[in-house]
Design a protein around this ligand. Structure first.
Ligand code: CA
Length: 238
């Protein structure tokens, strides 16, 4: 049983979506404004958030940013604003996907299924791994990340991108490859999506995001997770 938090102030659209999501077997909780969305997210711990951008009290971008600081719950943003700037802004704030209104019900339901399926696969059939490098530790079972002793909250996509790079430590991975592995073949964005998420990860994980030591750029190709120098390395003996 999955719980979906639907944040939508247009009552008719909200009810139509609720009806269809419930037919797919989900429990649906509706918030009509941004403040209520935060309240319900904290109380209900939804498995997925469908988040409209234009909302009373607190807009969807702000809600997305706040939610992302608190949990890794997948977020699909719904927006009537078509331009690329908004698309990138949504992804930059940590949304996992973006659907432009008017969308077809079929398209939205397919994206919901894809995101939930990915979460379930990761939770059940993929063996638990603990990836460690330098002071960074990633637990793929609980999907938690620590930088030293501090836990860091990552979005679902940031987490997937980081684990993909860490599993291939020291290797240069192209933007296209990362896009396919992390977002899937059917994702409609372009390679700038990867750049935006790398920037976001650097801000959360690097000592100096302007001089990245972990997530380095490979010119003309993509990115590489640097193999960290062992923490216990003693100074060279004379
Ligand atoms: Ca709206």
């Amino acid at each position: 049983m999955t719980t979906i938090l639907l944040v939508e102030d247009e009552a008719i659209l909200a009810e139509t979506l609720r009806y269809n999501l419930e037919r797919e077997g989900h429990t649906v909780v509706i918030a009509g404004d941004g403040a209520q969305a935060l309240e319900l997210a904290r109380r209900e711990h939804p498995d997925l958030v469908l988040l409209d951008v234009m909302l009373p009290r607190l807009d969807g971008f702000s809600v997305c940013r706040i939610l992302r600081g608190e949990s890794g719950v997948p977020i699909i943003m719904l927006s009537a604003r078509q331009d690329e700037v908004d698309r990138i802004a949504g992804l930059e704030l940590g949304a996992d996907d973006y659907v432009v209104k008017p969308f077809s019900l079929g398209e939205l339901l397919a994206r919901v299924r894809a995101i939930l399926r990915r979460g379930q696969l990761e939770g059940s059939t993929v063996p638990r791994e603990v990836l460690q490098s330098g002071g960074l530790k990633v637990d793929t079972g609980s999907r938690r990340v620590w930088c030293g002793s501090e836990e860091v909250a990552l979005s679902a996509k940031e987490f997937d991108l980081l684990t993909c790079l860490m599993r291939h430590q020291g290797m240069a991975l192209s933007r296209d490859l990362l896009l396919q592995r992390v977002w899937g073949y059917d994702f409609m964005g372009d390679s700038r999506t990867v750049d935006v998420h790398i920037r976001w990860l650097r801000e959360k994980l690097e000592h100096d995001p302007g001089q990245p030591q972990l997530l380095t750029t490979v010119r003309g190709i993509g990115y590489r997770f640097q193999e960290a120098a062992p923490l216990s390395a003693s100074p060279p003996q004379p």
